[in-house]
Every structure is written in structure tokens, then in C-alpha cells.
Design a protein around this ligand. Structure first.
Ligand SMILES: O=c1[nH]c(=O)c2[nH]c(=O)[nH]c2[nH]1
Length: 297
């Protein structure tokens, strides 16, 4: 007869939506984030006996997020690190946790050359992300972005694939290549200008997607990761999840029209899903960094 025991556990407040306005000058700045705080540690009595003596309430975790924002947010990685340090320092039995932040971008409404001082327009669906994991003395930071939608209207081929009796796809030397990039990368340090690094990683990915003559989304992905790692020794590995957003040439012949690569049907599903990790062969062990990062291989 087996004994039933408590396994891995964590708990906290998910998706604390928080907007902070920096208003020291009339030219306001906006930070728009969603914070998930989860604690780990000696919490067995709460589960086995209903003893809440160690349960820092999820409500308290939420309040802490908002209170900390009063003194500024900074880079989302720094904010998550501050929260992690606080909970693991102030409560002896909290030995670790996970702080995940998603950030939404706003642009200034372009009413003049510099944009409006205090009116903003959401910059699309793209998100910047971070997950800070603390376990005892170890801290890991996995940052990234999602929903970065890109398309190139030529400079993409796909041919040379095996064929069998189920293959109908034609080889092509000129097609649309479109994807929505989700990427997460593991930092090898906790001391960094995270905002600057994020901006640079993002622009390397965009530039590489644009300039690589693609023989397949797999090749574009690997090039994007390689360029990021070459430029950033402080990143140990980068993982991508990239749907191939297929664009099918519409057959206009029934209407007596040709279609020299101009009119496409943009299918939303099914889609190819290309995922890969690009890594340094000598990167330090990832530890628990990827433990709870869903959706990446
Ligand atoms: O870039 C591509 N990679 C594939 O693996 C694939 N498979 C497919 O049908 N089209 C494509 N395109």
C-alpha cells in the first residue's frame, strides 16, 4: 500500500494587472504589466493540515506587487528580482518562487514630431516577458517576447523535401514567409542593462529575419538565434516557437486571370509549428530556469 504524499507545489497571485505612470515631468511615461507571483518553500502543513501559518496570502502577494511599484518599476527583470528577494528574505520558510511578468507596449500618439506628452496608443499584440525563478541561492532569468508578427513577401524558398504518396505540396523558390515569433532566452547573469539588451535582441531577430534568404523557417530560426548568441555572451540559450503562417496563392484561372504571386489566401489554421533551441555548447546548466515555461521544446 503506497503512502500519499505532497509533491511539488507553488502558489500565489496570477496576472496582477498594473499600470504605472511616471509623472515627474509633464512628459509622462507608462509601464503596463501583468505580474504573477508564486511562492515555494515549507508549505506542507497548509496542504496536509490546513495550517495556514506559513501561507503568505495571495492577496498579500498582490498588494506587495502594487506597493513595490510605488517606488518605480524599471526593467521587468529588475522588478521581478526585487519581488523575489523580498519574499525569500522576509519569510524564512519561503525558499524560492517564480515571478513572471508580461509587458505591453504603448507608443505616444503622434500629434507632433516627438509624440504627445500624455496620450498613448497600444503598440499591437507583441509582449515582452520575463520569468525569474529563485531556488535557495540560485536565481535564473528567462526573458523573451511573444507575438512579434513578421512577414517577408519574397526571399523565401521551400524545396528539396521528401515526397511520398501523401505529398501534394509543390516546391517553391519564391513564397511569402510569415510567422509570429515567440522567443525566450536564458540570461547567464542577474547584473545587466536588461532594457538595452532586450531592445538589441529584438532588433537582431528582426534584421536577421529580413536579411536571411530563407530556405525554410527552420533555417531562419537558427540564424536568428545564432546572431543573438553571437552578439550577447550574457545569453546562454534562446528558444523559439514560430508558427508558419501559410499564405496560399489563389487560383484565379477560373476567372480568366493569372496570379503572378500577388493574391494570397492567408490561412490561420492549421499552421506549421517550428520550435527549436539555439544554445552554446558550453553554457552553464539551466537548473530550474525552464521548469515552468510552457510551450517551448
Ligand atoms: O519553412 C518550412 N518548413 C517546413 O517544415 C515546412 N513544411 C511545409 O509544409 N512547409 C514548410 N515550410
Amino acid at each position: 500500500m503506497s503512502t500519499i504524499v505532497l509533491g511539488a507545489n507553488q502558489y500565489g497571485k496570477a496576472e496582477c494587472r498594473l499600470v504605472r505612470i511616471d509623472r515627474e515631468t509633464p512628459r509622462h511615461r507608462i509601464t503596463d504589466i501583468s505580474v504573477t507571483s508564486q511562492l515555494r518553500g515549507d508549505l506542507s502543513a497548509a496542504h496536509t493540515d490546513g495550517d495556514n501559518g506559513h501561507v503568505v496570502a495571495t492577496d498579500t502577494q498582490k498588494n506587495t506587487v502594487y506597493a513595490f511599484a510605488r517606488h518605480g518599476i524599471g526593467a521587468i527583470e529588475e522588478f521581478a528580482l526585487r519581488l523575489g528577494r523580498h519574499f525569500t528574505t522576509d519569510f524564512d520558510w519561503i525558499t524560492g518562487g517564480r515571478w513572471e511578468i508580461e509587458q505591453y507596449s504603448w507608443d505616444r500618439i503622434p500629434t507632433g514630431p516627438e509624440g504627445h506628452d500624455h496620450s498613448f496608443v497600444r503598440a499591437g499584440d507583441e509582449k515582452r516577458t520575463t520569468i525569474v525563478t529563485v531556488d535557495g541561492d540560485d536565481t535564473w532569468i528567462v526573458s523573451g517576447l511573444s507575438d512579434l508578427v513578421v512577414l517577408k513577401s519574397t526571399g523565401s524558398e521551400f524545396w528539396g523535401f521528401p515526397t511520398d504518396r501523401y505529398t501534394t505540396l509543390q516546391e517553391t523558390t519564391d513564397r511569402i514567409l510569415a510567422t509570429s515569433v515567440s522567443a525566450r532566452w536564458r540570461y547567464l547573469t542577474t547584473e545587466l542593462d536588461f532594457d538595452k539588451t532586450f531592445t538589441d535582441v529584438r532588433s537582431i531577430m528582426l534584421e536577421t529575419f529580413a536579411t536571411v534568404h530563407s530556405l525554410g523557417l527552420q533555417q531562419s530560426l537558427f540564424q536568428m538565434g545564432t546572431k543573438v548568441l553571437e552578439a550577447h555572451p550574457e545569453i546562454g540559450e534562446i528558444r523559439f516557437s514560430m508558427p508558419n503562417k501559410h499564405h496560399f496563392l489563389v487560383d484565379l484561372e477560373p476567372f480568366g486571370l493569372d496570379n503572378p504571386g500577388e493574391v494570397f489566401y492567408a490561412a490561420d489554421r492549421p499552421y506549421g509549428l517550428i520550435e527549436a533551441t539555439v544554445e552554446r555548447d558550453d553554457a552553464p546548466d539551466a537548473g530550474r530556469a525552464w521548469d515552468t515555461v510552457p510551450g517551448f521544446c
